[in-house]
Design a protein around this ligand. Sequence first.
Ligand code: SF4
Ligand code: SF4
Length: 225
Amino acid sequence: MMNISDIYHKFDQIGCLTFATIDKNIPQTRIAHLFAQDEEGLYFRTMITKAFYKQLQDTKKVSICGMYPKTMVSHNDEGMPYFPPGYTIRATGDIKEISLEELKTKAQKNDMFALGVKDIEKYPAMTTFCLYRAWGEVYDFDFEMEHRPHKLLRTGFAFGGSAIPFSGVRITDDCIACGECQEGCSFKAIYQQEDRFVIDPEKCDVCGDCYTVCPTDAIEIVINE
Ligand code: SF4
Ligand code: SF4
C-alpha cells in the first residue's frame, strides 16, 4: 500500500495540480500545488480572501488530480491520440486548516514547512490546509503497450482512516463463459478462472466494451461501493 510520502512524491513530480471544490452545488477548479507532507497528511496553501478558501471552509473537502508527464496530445500511425507512458493521480478527502503556530512547530523538524512559514510571513492573508483523510488512485498508463503486455496498472490508496470505494465493472454469476468480453477487451483486463470470466480492476479502464457485447448481461456497473 502506498504511504503518504509515496503519494506526495507522485503529486510533487507533477507540480501544478487541479484542485476541485463545490460552491453551492457547482463544481469549481483551480491550479495549485502541494508543498509538504508528514504522517498527518498532505499540505497546500491559499489566501483567506479567495473563493477557494470559502469553499474549503464550507465543505471541508477537496479533490486533487494531475498528470505526468505533461504532454500535448499527438497522434499515432492510425491517427488516434497518443500519450507517452505516464500516470495520473487523484486524491479526494477531508481537510482541516492549520494555524501558523502549528506550521511553525512542524517547521522545526521539516524544511518543507519552513518554506511554508516563510511564505505566510511574506503574504499574511495566506493560510494552510491539511488533507488528513483521503482515498485515491494512481492510474499508470502505457496505452501502446510499449513496456508491458497491458495498458493500465491502477493502484488505490487511502490514509487517515479512509476506505477505498470501488467503482467499475464486475462479472456476475450470469456469466456463461462465452469469452466474447475477453476477446473485445483491448486493455487485456479479463481472464478466465475455471468456468467463468473475471475482470482485473487494476488493469480495467471501465471503457464499457465488455458491457456492450455480453450476451447475458452478466456485467454489472458498480459506483462507489
Ligand atoms: S461476455 Fe458475458 S457471458 Fe461471455 S464470458 Fe464475458 S461476462 Fe461471461
Ligand atoms: S470495461 Fe473495458 S477495460 Fe474493463 S474489462 Fe471491460 S472491456 Fe476491458
